[in-house]
Ligand binder design. Structure first.
Ligand SMILES: CC(C)(COP(=O)(O)OP(=O)(O)OC[C@H]1O[C@@H](n2cnc3c(N)ncnc32)[C@H](O)[C@@H]1O)[C@@H](O)C(=O)NCCC(=O)NCCS
Ligand SMILES: Nc1ncnc2c1ncn2[C@@H]1O[C@H](COP(=O)(O)OP(=O)(O)OP(=O)(O)O)[C@@H](O)[C@H]1O
Length: 212
């Protein structure tokens, strides 16, 4: 089994690359999706967030108001650290279970899609690290357009993460997503092919020619 750690910056294109990897047959474990599941009402994380941030952090339906929580944590590093201390152990436990389950179900390639892969040290538990890169201006423009936020808010969110250029130092594979989707798709297919060819060589000493 190959475990790919897929990371990048906010709005650099991780979900876009994830979808391409799904089409190639990988199973995706999405840390952002898990972070939404673990805060549902009734879960221990929900209570811990309400204890730390007050009852007004939950909306009328009792769900955590993510917009409000995002506003708080992206402008207050202590609040961000507190939220991460509450959520990360549960996100990690759930991600580990999802990886083990996908392995049991016979998936040959599993992708841990996590924006904070390197910040939280999970890059050490994956086989290879793929970083989805874009230049900062493109990143800011895509983030503003997708989330309908101001240039200032986009900059605050980008700066809340380890700089994308720093993440490149941990990369086994860099997917440059600055240009169009087709160019990105070609890089993903190439990296996928290389990963699987390499393993064929390592496992039996003979390079298996690609099919077709
Ligand atoms: C801050 C929250 C409430 C914002 O929720 P929202 O629905 O608006 O955004 P979503 O969860 O889809 O995240 C969007 C992007 O924000 C960035 N982001 C999220 N959390 C963090 C964080 N703690 N630090 C830096 N960037 C973050 C990531 O690039 C992520 O892809 C939410 O992201 C959250 O609960 N974060 C804490 C959990 C966490 O660290 N998640 C990251 C997975 S390892
Ligand atoms: N090559 C591209 N050309 C144009 N737009 C793109 C390209 N890649 C992604 N986008 C757009 O940029 C935005 C960010 O991409 P995406 O949601 O995949 O990023 P992400 O890294 O998963 O974001 P987040 O960290 O916030 O979850 C989306 O609106 C997406 O449609």
């Amino acid at each position: 089994m190959h475990l790919i750690g897929l990371t990048g910056g906010i709005a650099s294109g991780k979900s876009t690359v994830s979808k391409m990897l799904t089409q190639l047959g990988a199973f995706i474990v999405d840390a952002d999706k898990i972070s939404r599941e673990v805060v549902m009402p009734g879960k221990p994380v929900w209570q811990k967030i309400v204890d730390r941030f007050g009852t007004t952090i939950a909306n009328q339906q009792g769900e955590i108001d993510r917009k409000q929580l995002g506003k708080i944590i992206f402008s207050d590093s202590k609040a961000k650290a507190d939220l991460e201390k509450i959520t990360h152990p549960y996100i990690e436990e759930s991600a580990n279970l999802a990886i083990a389950d996908a392995e049991k179900r016979g998936y040959d390639t599993i992708v841990l899609d996590a924006p904070l892969l390197i910040e939280v040290g999970w890059h050490t538990k994956v086989d290879v690290v793929w970083v989805v890169f874009v230049d900062e201006q493109t990143q800011r423009n895509r983030l503003m357009a997708r989330d309908n936020i101001s240039c200032e808010d986009a900059a605050v969110r980008i700066n809340a993460q380890l700089a994308l250029r720093q993440k490149l130092r941990y990369a086994d594979v860099v997917i440059d997503n600055t240009e169009n989707i087709e160019k990105t798709h070609q890089q993903v297919i190439q990296a996928w092919q290389k990963l699987h060819d390499k393993v064929d060589l390592a496992s039996d000493g003979v390079l298996t020619p690609p099919e077709g």
